[in-house]
Design a protein around this ligand. Structure first.
Ligand code: IPM
Ligand code: MG
Length: 355
């Protein structure tokens, strides 16, 4: 099985190295993965003038699955948008049709008081955000910044969703709900936006095919509030690209740290790109400070969803649980009485806990 590893910028290479360490260790048990690395993001721009060089895209296409780190950095923020590191991940998602982004936010009991919310609010929390990933205002045309005739400039983007785009992500949401708590909350802004009205109508229509799932609808502002007020009311949330981007960062904090959350971005056939939801965190890059658990848990999702290795996936997840129970903590989840370790030491601890 061929895996493309695109580590990227900032803490990306550090956390991905730990995930690769874990995957390689599983090789001792007979799981053989052919791992091939390629540059992406700012690193690729520096090397080749392109955040997503053709060879990197080609490798991503050929591979069975892609393990991705993070892209971006302040150095690139002033450049032309088409050359910015973020374009690499946006184009990969679009070119490979990875429309279904699964972002689980579950609270490990050991971390219930690492959240800024009270433990009784977050403990036992287990949410899955299903975020549409290839449409919406992220990709809608027209967009741009133009000079107005009367003087001054105007910036504009276009939020749009076709019925078929909504339908396929709705199905992904319902299917995920069927495998979990059978509750699906669709999040939109139908009180204001036409795009959201269509979203709501289509999701409701698809819902008639899933009588076993309880479907509710919620406006995004209320959903943002409910996530803090009573997050355990949610099982699966299905939402558009931009709302999902925002709500998944918010949900990550319920779990204690954004450094804990993995994600899977899947196409129609289960081919996927796996990445921590956190960014490149340039402020802590290269300091052995980043939490590699989101990347390691992303590798576990890869084993489960793309490589059909449920047992290996469960094993990695159990190892993560074990190191947390043993008290290992990177700085982002450190609390008095636990054991502070760096990125590499955390990776080593997970490898040791596998066997
Ligand atoms: C994410 C990130 C990306 C997004 C950025 C890096 C383009 O925030 O994966 O959530 O907005 O989708
Ligand atoms: Mg984001």
């Amino acid at each position: 099985m061929k895996i493309a590893v695109l580590a990227g910028d900032g803490v990306g290479p550090e956390v991905v190295a730990e995930a690769v360490k874990v995957l390689t260790a599983l090789g001792r048990e007979g799981l053989t993965l052919e791992i091939e690395q390629a540059p992406v993001g700012g690193a690729a721009y520096d090397a080749a003038g392109d955040p997503l060089p053709p060879q990197t895209l080609e490798l991503a296409r050929k591979a069975e699955a892609i393990l991705f780190g993070a892209v971006g950095g302040p150095r690139y923020d002033a450049g032309p948008r088409a050359k910015r590191p973020e374009q690499a991940i946006l184009r990969l998602r679009k070119e490979l049709n990875l429309f279904a982004n699964l972002r689980p936010a579950a609270v490990f009991p050991e971390l219930a008081d690492a959240s800024t919310l009270r433990p009784e609010v977050v403990s036992g929390l287990d949410i899955l955000i299903v975020r549409e990933l290839t449409g919406d205002i992220y990709f809608g045309q027209p967009r741009g910044i133009r000079e107005l005739e009367g003087g001054g400039r105007e910036g504009f983007d276009t939020m749009r969703y076709t019925e078929s785009e909504i339908r396929r992500i709705a199905h992904a949401g319902f299917r995920a709900a069927l495998k979990r708590g059978r509750k699906l909350c669709s999040v939109d802004k139908a009180n204001v936006l036409e795009t959201s009205q269509l979203w709501r109508d289509v999701v409701s229509e698809v819902g008639r095919e899933y009588v076993a799932v309880e479907l509710t609808h919620m406006y995004v502002d209320n959903a943002a509030m409910q996530l803090l007020k009573h997050p355990r009311q949610f099982d699966v949330i299905v939402t558009g690209n931009m709302f999902g981007d925002i709500l998944s960062d918010e949900a990550s904090m319920l779990t204690g740290s954004i450094g804990m959350l993995p994600s899977a971005s899947l196409d129609e056939n289960g081919k996927g790109l796996y990445e921590p939801i956190h960014g490149s965190a340039p402020d802590i890059a290269g300091k052995n400070l980043a939490n590699p658990l989101a990347a390691i848990l992303s590798a576990a999702m890869m084993l489960r969803y793309s490589l059909d290795q449920d047992r290996a996936a469960a094993r990695v997840e159990a190892a993560v649980k074990k190191v947390l129970a043993e008290g290992y903590r990177t700085a982002d989840i450190f609390q008095r009485g636990t054991r502070k370790v760096g990125t590499r030491e955390m990776g080593d601890a997970v490898v040791a806990a596998l066997f």
